[in-house]
Design a protein around this ligand. Structure first.
Ligand SMILES: Nc1ncnc2c1ncn2[C@@H]1O[C@H](COP(=O)(O)OP(=O)(O)OP(=O)(O)O)[C@@H](O)[C@H]1O
Length: 281
């Protein structure tokens, strides 16, 4: 069951914008026949143009599975994902994905410039390609570093490069799967603010999966809490904090603490329900 709730009643952000991502009763099981294990069990939500939506939920609730279905990398067992009005049957051209594991997503034998150029190959004329690469590297603070190889860079720089590769395509929607889980705390803070800057600059719609409740509340216009597997949306929480966000001032706001506590409690409840469901099965 889906609830739209929060500690106070707040209007949904961006209600005037069209939905760019829509999930209609999305279901996904792994395995076949009697061995099939249901993971997504009727997930419904939408993301509006320009929104920043964070998805949180207990470990193993199917967050990555959900993003893969949205990205057209996995076929749902039932239900539909719609991207900009079209049912997703293959990876949509205007959607980019940034995964947690930058060390596996960047090709180590190619310079950063060539890694960023990869998805643009055969799609744009050379001058357009060059302009996009320069702009993307500049946007993530890697101007002048394109000649380096991934292994010559820190983890944070590699993840910036992975983001640049997504941006070079000028996507309408950026899907991010725990993108900062593998970097140190200070770099994580810098990258959070980088993503907010990118979103403000390009009006990119962002759907961001994270384990980190502070990160979710800090970044998002709206936090979606998933129940434990088999998973549906348990809560849909608008974040009514002022923008632009600031790492110190925003986190000092009493409202930040309230939202953080509320999301935490919902995840704890989802975990207990998941354990109860497993015991009943
Ligand atoms: N290809 C697969 N085949 C079978 N089971 C899978 C497959 N991929 C994921 N699973 C199972 O589906 C469940 C959900 O996995 P998924 O990675 O989507 O969850 P998650 O919420 O992203 O996990 P985490 O929070 O730990 O990153 C897990 O129990 C996982 O073992």
């Amino acid at each position: 069951m889906e609830h739209t709730t929060s500690p106070a009643t707040i209007a949904t952000p961006h209600p005037e914008q069209e939905a760019v991502v829509e999930l209609h009763d999305l279901r996904k099981s792994y395995g076949k026949g009697s061995a099939a294990v249901p993971i997504l069990d009727g997930v419904n939500f939408e993301v509006r143009r320009g929104e920043f939506v964070c998805v949180v939920g207990p470990s193993g609730s199917g967050k990555t599975t959900l993003l893969k279905c949205i990205a057209g990398l996995l076929r749902p067992t039932a239900g539909r994902t719609v991207f900009e009005g079209e049912e997703v049957t293959e990876p949509p051209a205007k959607l980019a994905v940034v995964f947690q594991d930058y060390s596996r997503s960047l090709l180590p034998w190619m310079t950063i410039r060539r890694n960023v150029a990869l998805p643009l190959k055969n799609k744009f004329a050379k001058a357009e390609r060059e302009a996009r690469i320069e702009e993307a590297l500049e946007s993530v603070g890697l101007a002048g570093k394109g000649h380096l190889y991934p292994w010559q860079m820190s983890g944070g720089m590699q993840q910036r490069a992975a983001i640049a590769r997504g941006l070079a395509y000028q996507p309408d929607v950026l899907l991010m799967d725990e993108p900062f889980a593998a970097v140190d705390a200070q770099t994580r803070i810098d990258l959070e603010d980088l993503v907010l800057e990118i979103r403000a600059k390009y009006n990119t719609t962002v759907l961001f999966v994270t384990h980190d409740i502070d990160e979710a509340v800090y970044l998002a216009d709206r936090v979606i809490v998933l129940s434990g597997a088999p998973t549906s949306v348990s809560h849909n929480i608008p974040v009514d904090l002022p923008s632009p966000r600031h790492q110190v001032d925003t986190k000092r706001e009493p409202r930040f603490g309230e939202l953080r506590a509320f999301v935490f409690e919902q995840i704890q409840a989802a975990k207990s329900n998941a354990v109860r469901n497993r015991a009943d099965a």
